[in-house]
Write a protein of this length. Sequence first.
Length: 122
Amino acid sequence: MQRNRLEALWQGRCPRCHEGYIFKYPLSQFRKFSEMNQSCATCDASFEPEPGFYFGALYVSYAFTIAIFGAVWFLLYFFLDPPDWVYITAIIVSAFLFIPVSFRYSRILFLYWFGGLTRKED
């Protein structure tokens, strides 16, 4: 099945072939959410182009975290207007709940943008 780039990115698949998975386990396995494959099982593309490559993904993760904080604040402020302690609690809880998603998609996006793996045209 031929996948487009956006669909492959959303599913966490290889940026080169859009078939193999970047992460070993599904997001539902919470304890193993961070375990990545070394390379693509289909096209053998390396998912770690160089040592320390994913340090740059911290900036993407930071942007996700700020967006989550902003969304939680916006929803609380405009729909509930609770006391201050509710803001702090909701933001901290949402940050912890979104750690696996933020971790994965920051690495996936960073690999797609800067990993140098482009789709081979058949």
